[in-house]
Design a protein around this ligand. Structure first.
Ligand SMILES: Cc1cc2nc3c(=O)[nH]c(=O)nc-3n(C[C@H](O)[C@H](O)[C@H](O)COP(=O)(O)OP(=O)(O)OC[C@H]3O[C@@H](n4cnc5c(N)ncnc54)[C@H](O)[C@@H]3O)c2cc1C
Length: 409
């Protein structure tokens, strides 16, 4: 039996601590916050999208290739079904939405019920939980970590598991400082980078707050009319400062990379058809229905609240009929539908991301055990790793699976 310290009482740390204690080790779990699982409690808007349905292969396919390869052994050892079975035994029933996202049954505090289940498991396995315990330094050098410091207090152990999460939502306890300490110890790390975050715009549209563009594609290019750098199919929602919604979150990392590289421009395609095809349809509609108003045509493609302001900006009268549009005016209308200009982004905030990209370099970690290569008693798991999956339960699953692997000592 070894003495094991797990740092971080989130998704990964709770599972790692429970697993290590179940295997007979003497486990202490140190959590900076006054209670466990603070980020888990706000996940999925408080409903907690626990995982995603499907075989491990499909789950892996959602991650970038290097991350998928890294996750293979841990996902197979502790997959989505294993997580759900464990929760069900603790009284948390779940359901799967049409889009494959798995949630606890919709009850008030359903995310808190997930945390409570993991807390119960950890306590029952004998984990000594210390909350309000923020680790302030790591002591030792490769190949062995000797101790952790909590201010003046020094805690030694046989083995250490770091599960301190990423660097977004710092108010949930994740400030990302551990990455700096690991770097000083010579561990290869990738700097934190914003991901799954809302995108502030150079020219936000606060008057459109809450309006959604649906069923199209958010497109990123290198400047107006520049090279296509990325796209994500899905909805976006206007906020006071810019854009949110699934497509904005998913594209945010690419947007920030493009912005830092010098040039980023966003547009939304409500119609995926080529402008020429949309123009041809517009003209045939004008022939079929000569009294159809330009405003009515735009409204078929874009939310009603946007029609007047967009027509005003384009200098096109609401009363103009489709058949009377000049070629130039037709081009403007088609442009609104095929590439509504949203403009340049401002810096994407690391703090507002559902995850932080970056973290401990995957090449420095054994994917079966989460042991840091070159270290005998130090493991890392969860978002502290350079893993960032899409929205949909993938990130929590990665935290659970890597936590399980780290705790299997
Ligand atoms: C608003 C929001 C909604 C989300 N919704 C979902 C969702 O529905 N589904 C999904 O799959 N993912 C979701 N995510 C992402 C998911 O929550 C994270 O990927 C996951 O929580 C990572 O787990 P973790 O255990 O690695 O880190 P965390 O859960 O962040 O836990 C890390 C813990 O370590 C503690 N800690 C940090 N530093 C120290 C220190 N020095 N000493 C002691 N303790 C420390 C922190 O206080 C924290 O409690 C969401 C994220 C956010 C921000």
């Amino acid at each position: 039996m070894a003495s094991v310290i797990v740092v971080g009482g989130g998704a990964a740390g709770l599972v790692a601590a429970w697993r290590a204690a179940s295997l007979g080790h003497a486990v202490t779990l140190l959590e900076a916050n006054g209670r466990l699982g603070v980020k888990l409690r706000i996940s999925g808007g408080g409903k907690c999208n626990i995982t995603h349905a499907g075989p491990p292969k499909a789950l892996m396919a959602a991650f970038p290739m290097e991350q998928a390869r890294f996750l293979r052994p841990s996902l197979h050892a502790f997959d989505n079904q294993a997580v759900l079975d464990l929760l069900r035994r603790e009284g948390v029933e779940t359901y799967t939405r049409e889009n494959g996202r798995v949630f606890p049954l919709d009850r008030p505090g359903s995310a808190a019920a997930v945390v409570a289940a993991f807390e119960t498991l950890a306590h029952r396995a004998g984990v000594d939980v210390r909350t309000g315990a923020r680790v302030t330094a790591l002591e030792g050098r490769g190949p062995r970590l000797r101790a952790l410091c909590l201010g003046d207090e020094r805690i030694a152990a046989d083995a250490f598991i770091l599960a301190t999460g990423g660097a977004s939502y710092p108010e949930t306890g994740t400030r990302g400082e551990v990455l700096g300490w690991l770097k000083q110890l010579g561990v290869p790390v990738k700097a934190w980078f914003p991901a799954l975050a809302p995108i502030p715009l150079e020219r936000p549209r606060p008057a459109w707050e809450g309006v959604a563009l649906r069923d199209g594609e958010l497109r990123l290019s290198a400047g107006i009319g520049g090279r296509r750098l990325g796209a994500f199919a899905g909805d976006v929602v206007f906020t006071k400062t810019g854009l949110s919604g699934p497509a904005a979150l998913e594209l945010s990392q690419a947007v920030e990379r493009a912005r830092r590289d010098g040039s980023a421009w966003l547009a939304y395609a409500s119609s995926m058809d080529a402008p020429e095809a949309v123009d041809a349809t517009l003209q045939s509609e004008a022939r079929a229905n000569p009294r159809l108003l330009a405003a009515t045509w735009v409204q078929r493609h874009l939310p009603e609240r946007l029609v007047d302001p967009l027509l005003d900006e384009a200098g096109i009268s609401r009363a103009l009929m489709l058949k009377d549009l000049s070629k130039a005016a037709r081009k403007v209308l088609v442009g609104l539908v095929t590439a509504l200009p949203l403009g340049e982004p401002q810096p994407v905030p690391l703090a507002r991301g559902e995850v932080a990209a970056g973290g401990v370099a995957l090449a420095a970690v054994d994917p079966r055990t989460m042991a840091l290569r070159g270290w005998e008693n130090l493991r890392v798991c969860g978002e502290l790793l350079d893993i960032d999956g899409p929205v949909g339960g993938y990130n929590l699953q990665a935290a659970f699976s890597t936590g399980f692997a780290a705790g299997s000592l």
